[in-house]
Ligand binder design. Structure first.
Ligand code: AMP
Length: 173
């Protein structure tokens, strides 16, 4: 399956969840076994010799991809979650959205100092979410090795705003 085939499995939903947004629906991609396998396989191939100590995934669609990648890399998975979900002591960050703000949390003891962390989410739009996640990983003592996404909306310029962190995406729109 080529990247073009994988792209065609992502369903575009116009005006969801609000007018003007072209929502990239990944359920049609992960619902296809060989396609899901190929996405995970491509990520694992890229990072298997990169000296990654942990994978961190962003709630909730980020979990769908980060869990199998961590498993196949043989490293632990660190969940970055919405407020009130993580039961132990957390660090919290508030960040700007297009309309309003949102918050994310990480367990304070999720990482050992200096661990090399691969940060994963399903989609890069403006980059606000992953930037907040990056700050949480660093507050917990980790070092962010790369930011990886299945999908990148290049016209929003998120990658440029995330410099100097290396950004990787499998599929671009
Ligand atoms: P951002 O912080 O702007 O980079 O937005 C990234 C987060 O919002 C990711 O967790 C995505 O799942 C979600 N998201 C933003 N825009 C879209 C879109 N057009 N289609 C699907 N998910 C999106």
């Amino acid at each position: 399956m080529t990247i073009t085939d994988l792209s065609s499995l992502i369903r575009n939903i116009p005006d969801f969840p609000q007018p003007g947004i072209q929502f990239k629906d990944i359920t049609t991609l992960i619902g296809n076994g060989p396609a899901f396998q190929q996405v995970i396989g491509a990520m694992v191939e890229r990072y298997q010799n990169a000296g990654i100590d942990a994978v961190a995934g962003v709630e909730s669609r980020g979990f769908i991809f980060s869990a199998p990648i961590a498993l196949q890399l043989g490293v632990g998975l660190v969940p970055i979650r919405k407020p009130g979900k993580l039961p132990a002591e957390t660090y919290q960050i508030e960040y700007e959205l297009e309309y309003g703000t949102s918050k994310l949390e990480i367990h304070r003891d999720a990482l050992e100092p200096g661990m090399r962390v691969l940060l994963i989410d399903d989609l890069l739009a403006t980059g606000g979410t992953i930037r907040a996640a990056t700050q949480l990983v660093e507050r917990a003592g980790g070092s962010v090795t790369e930011l990886a996404f299945v999908i990148e909306l290049t016209f929003l310029g998120g990658r440029e705003k995330l410099a100097p962190y290396p950004v990787f995406s499998l599929i671009q729109f």
